[in-house]
Design a binder for this molecule. Structure first.
Ligand code: LFR
Length: 459
């Protein structure tokens, strides 16, 4: 007997619909539809093309054919507003839009309640930026991106827990909305629908159940980390690198707040204790400027460059917005205008490995646990140079893969809800280990050059 599920996985640079077939204890993945996700600037504001994404999702679901259920995940924090008739009020704004510039600095500390890394684009700051607008005043309901798409499929509203945990308005201790934070900040509490949990049935689309998964893509990716014991760290590597640990309880102390570590809600009540690192975004932006050359060629050139010659602090918010990334990198690294493609690529990858190192070291100290391996999942697992540099920089063996961790985590939670796979995270991870390809990278060389580079970057 086989069971088929469809995962809709939307990333900042592209989306895919993946069918997972569970048969005789095995699992096959089939990416039935891929599409780009290209933001649109209108009237000076950067938006997501949400209707285009919905259209592509429908095309993917058609290509998937009959399935037992559908699950949707996407990047976090962004939302659409519905009016009282359920119509979308305007296009959702992209988290890289400048409307949140300077907002977070003026907001009282929310860390003891939300336990969240202060990122300028957290939903709470976006809402404070939007609070004066007529659109905000006219709104009846706020839906995060996967919840909005699920609403269009099913007509049902709700707020999936793992993604709600990225808004800054969820109480990390209760797992429910923090009504007191909303009141303190003067935000409208009536906008927020009830929380639903991964595994809940949201509703139906043409007779097929739509199931809540870890709708924050990172939450789904962490489900599919193929760990076989609990002493592991992870890097969910794509447009962002999310670097951290899986914990049973949040870490909310001053040191954690100062290091800007986040306690996001994971599947099965786990805490995703991690830091957002700028990830492959700077490289993606460089590639866009260079006219999208062959990535294998670009990485091959970078691999032949000397290591750690030019490094920058990739956590610097200067790298957040789109546009002229090569210029910003050259300025930060003190490189001349003519700096060549291999030099810039190597600079980004060495700097990213250094940022991974810093986050792993900090997580270890703040949480008081020592990971023995680092699982690197997501698209970055294809990038052998990045995996090797991350092993070298952290001094930990890197286990790279699966590439489609997010879609896998999405599918596994659906399969569990349908009673097709066994209950625990450990059991789901065992299935990932048995069915997916994992590549091991051992750390090379000594720590000296990395320590010196880390000091150069942070002073
Ligand atoms: C990764 C991710 C991160 C989140 C960022 C913005 O795709 O979801 O976890 O901080 O995108 O939403």
């Amino acid at each position: 007997m086989s069971h088929r599920f469809a995962a809709v996985d939307l990333g900042a640079s592209g989306g895919r619909v993946v069918v997972g077939t569970f048969r005789d204890g095995g699992l096959d993945l089939d990416v039935v539809h891929r599409f780009p996700n290209e933001p649109v600037r209108v009237g000076g504001t950067l938006h997501w093309d949400i209707l285009g994404l919905y259209r592509e999702m429908l095309a993917g679901l058609r290509a998937a054919g009959p399935v037992d259920s559908i699950g949707i995940d996407s990047w976090a924090v962004d939302y659409g507003l519905l009016d009282a008739d359920g119509a979308l009020l305007g296009n959702p704004v992209h988290y890289r839009d400048s409307r949140t510039d300077g907002i977070a600095a003026g907001v009282p500390d929310l860390y003891p309640v939300n336990g969240l890394q202060k990122l300028p684009f957290n939903t709470v700051y976006q809402l404070l930026a939007a609070a004066g607008t007529r659109q905000y005043q006219a709104a009846a309901t706020l839906l995060l991106i996967p919840d909005l798409l699920a609403y269009w499929l099913t007509g049902e509203v709700g707020a999936e827990y793992t993604n709600a945990s990225t808004t800054g308005l969820l109480d990390v201790r209760t797992g429910n909305w923090s009504w007191s934070s909303m009141a303190d900040l003067g935000l409208r509490a009536d906008l927020f629908p009830a929380i639903r949990r991964p595994g809940d049935v949201i509703g139906h689309f043409a007779g097929t159940p739509v199931v809540a998964v870890g709708s924050h893509d990172t939450a789904s990716a962490v489900v599919a980390v193929p760990a076989d014991h609990h002493r592991f760290g992870y890097v969910s590597s794509g447009t962002w690198s999310l670097v951290g640990l899986e914990l049973a309880h949040p870490v909310l102390g001053d040191a954690s707040r100062a290091a800007n570590f986040t306690n996001e809600g994971g599947v099965d009540g786990t805490i995703r204790y991690l830091r957002n690192v700028m990830g492959l975004w700077p490289l993606q932006e460089c590639l866009r400027e260079w006219g999208s050359p062959d990535i294998a060629e670009v990485l091959g050139e970078a691999a032949r460059e000397p290591a750690l010659r030019h490094v920058v602090d990739l956590d610097d918010p200067v790298f957040l917005p789109p546009g002229d990334m090569t210029g910003r990198l050259r300025t930060a690294a003190g490189l001349p205008a003519g700096a060549a493609r291999p030099v810039l690529t190597r600079c980004v990858l060495d700097s990213l490995a250094l940022a991974h190192r810093r986050a792993v070291h900090q997580a270890r100290e703040l949480a008081g646990t020592s990971p023995e391996v680092l699982h690197l999942v997501g698209g970055g697992a294809r990038n052998a140079l990045l995996c090797q540099l991350t092993a070298d920089a952290t001094g930990l063996p890197v286990l790279a893969g699966p590439v489609e961790a997010t879609a896998l985590g999405n599918l596994l939670v659906q399969a569990r809800a349908a009673g097709v796979v066994a209950g625990s995270l450990d059991a789901m991870r065992a299935l990932v280990r048995q069915t997916q390809q994992i590549v091991r990278y051992e750390p090379r060389g000594d720590d000296g050059p990395w320590r010196a580079a880390a000091e150069r970057v942070r002073g």
